[in-house]
Design a protein. Structure first.
Length: 288
C-alpha cells in the first residue's frame, strides 16, 4: 500500500469500491473520458488503483490498460493508429500503459497524480510511459500536473489531447559499472551515513583500498546516477563455508555445498522421524 500524504493511501481497487467511485464522477470526467461504466472499466483494466483516506473513504481511482480506449481505436490493432496519429517512438503494449479512467477529489488531485504514477512505475518495472488520452475540448485539470506533459499529435483531424508521464521523469535512470578508486569520495559518505564502524575499523580510505584490490576472484560494482556513485556491491568467489555454517543455519541449502550421494537433503523428514520430542529438565516428552 503506497502512502501519498498523512491522510491518503493508494491500494489496488476492489469491486466493492465501484459504487463509491461512481459517486466521484462529475461532468469534467465525462467530458474527458466519455460515458463511463465503472464495473466494466475495472474488469477491462489490467491495473486499477484506489485512493482512500480516513476510514477507507474512496477519494480517487485510476484504471490502466495496455491499449488506448475503444473510443479512439480498436484495442487489438491500436499500434498503427497510434503511429499514424501520435507517432511517439518506442511505444508498445509491453512498455506503456493507457489510462482508462482518472478521477481524484479536487482537494487531493495535485499530489495524488504524481504518487499514482510513482506507484505504477514501482509495481510494473517494464513500464516506461503512462499515457492519458482525453477529448481535446475537455478541461481536465489532472492532465496538467506533474509528471504529465502534453505532447502534440501528428494528426489534426482527431478530437484528442495526449499527455504522457515518463519513467525517467519520476525515477532517475541508474547504471551499473565496475568500481574505480575515484568513486571513493562518493561512496564513503554513503557508507558512513549507515554505519561508521567500517571507517573506524579500516580507516578513511577503506573503500578505495577494497576497490583497488580487485582481481579475478573479487569484483566491485557501483550503481551510478547522473555521473555520481550512489550504490556499491562487492562480490567474491572466496568464501569460508565453515564459518558461514557456524553463524547461520544453512541446513535447507545443504550448507551451500554441492550435494553428494548419502547427503541428507531433507532435514524436515529427519525432524519428523525424531517424533518432535521436547526435552525438559533432562526428560523427553512428546511435543503437544
Amino acid at each position: 500500500m503506497q502512502r501519498v500524504e498523512q491522510f491518503i493511501k493508494i491500494r489496488r481497487t476492489e469491486h466493492t469500491d465501484a459504487v463509491r467511485i461512481k459517486k466521484l464522477i462529475d461532468q469534467n470526467t465525462v467530458d474527458a473520458f466519455g460515458k463511463i461504466t465503472v464495473l466494466k472499466t475495472l474488469e477491462r483494466s489490467i491495473l486499477s488503483l484506489t485512493l482512500t483516506k480516513d476510514e477507507n473513504m474512496v477519494v480517487g481511482c485510476a484504471c490502466f490498460s495496455d491499449a488506448p480506449s475503444r473510443r479512439f481505436t480498436v484495442p487489438e490493432s491500436w499500434k498503427n493508429w497510434f503511429d499514424r496519429n501520435i507517432g511517439l517512438p518506442n511505444v508498445d503494449s509491453t512498455n506503456s500503459l493507457f489510462m482508462e479512467l482518472l478521477i481524484v477529489d479536487p482537494f487531493c488531485v495535485k499530489n495524488s497524480v504524481d504518487e499514482i504514477c510513482k506507484t505504477v512505475f514501482k509495481m510494473l518495472i517494464d513500464v516506461q510511459h503512462i499515457f492519458l488520452l482525453t477529448n481535446s475540448k475537455a478541461d481536465f485539470k489532472p492532465a496538467s500536473f506533474n509528471p504529465f506533459q502534453k505532447i502534440a499529435t501528428k494528426s489534426t483531424t482527431i478530437d484528442l489531447s495526449v499527455s504522457v508521464a515518463y519513467r525517467h521523469d519520476v525515477f532517475p535512470v541508474l547504471f551499473s559499472r565496475i568500481a574505480a578508486v575515484e568513486d571513493n569520495d562518493d561512496l564513503v559518505p554513503l557508507f558512513n551515513s549507515q554505519n561508521d564502524l567500517l571507517r573506524k575499523t579500516y580507516g578513511n580510505y577503506y573503500v578505495a583500498e577494497l576497490v583497488g584490490a580487485q582481481n579475478k576472484e573479487m569484483k566491485c560494482v557501483v550503481i551510478e546516477c547522473e555521473r555520481k556513485a550512489v550504490g556499491f556491491l562487492s562480490a567474491t568467489k572466496r568464501i569460508n563455508l565453515e564459518s558461514l555454517n557456524q553463524c547461520y543455519d544453512l541446513t535447507l541449502f545443504n550448507g551451500l555445498c554441492k550435494p553428494y550421494p548419502g547427503d541428507n537433503l531433507s532435514p524436515n523428514e529427519q525432524l519428523h522421524q525424531q517424533g518432535n520430542l521436547l526435552c525438559l529438565q533432562g526428560k523427553c516428552v512428546n511435543d503437544f
